[in-house]
Ligand binder design. Structure first.
Ligand SMILES: [Zn+2]
Length: 116
């Protein structure tokens, strides 16, 4: 990320003033400031190249994944075994379990390496 720097100078005698200073210039006593904004980081004086390597992949957790698949595939069959409100409640509970396990089954891993 480029870094911006504000340089505050007196508009009359070019003395460097502290950033945020609104009082008159301590050198010449006049008011009037000149602010120059410089962006550091875009020009690399040292000549070396900055680099960034990103690697994104999905890490699978086999046990959690199998559980989620089993719940997802098995939930509709609960209606065959459990009739009425028991089946509804059991289905909701399994749905909640799948909801919590789901994010664990497949985790997005992001590796960022920087150099320069
Ligand atoms: Zn001045």
């Amino acid at each position: 990320m480029p870094e911006t720097r504000n340089k505050v100078e007196c508009a009359h005698c070019c003395a460097v003033l502290p950033d945020g200073n609104t009082s008159p210039c301590p050198e010449c006593g006049k008011k009037g400031r000149r602010i120059s904004v410089s962006v550091a980081g875009e020009i690399d004086f040292a000549g070396h190249v900055t680099w960034e390597k990103r690697r994104e992949f999905y890490e699978r957790k086999p046990l959690a994944l199998v559980t989620v698949i089993a719940i997802t595939a098995g939930a509709p069959f609960l209606g065959l075994v459990l009739v009425g409100w028991v089946g509804v409640i059991a289905g909701l509970m399994l749905g909640a379990v799948a909801y919590w396990i789901g994010p664990l089954a497949i985790t997005k891993v992001r590796e960022i390496e920087r150099g320069g």
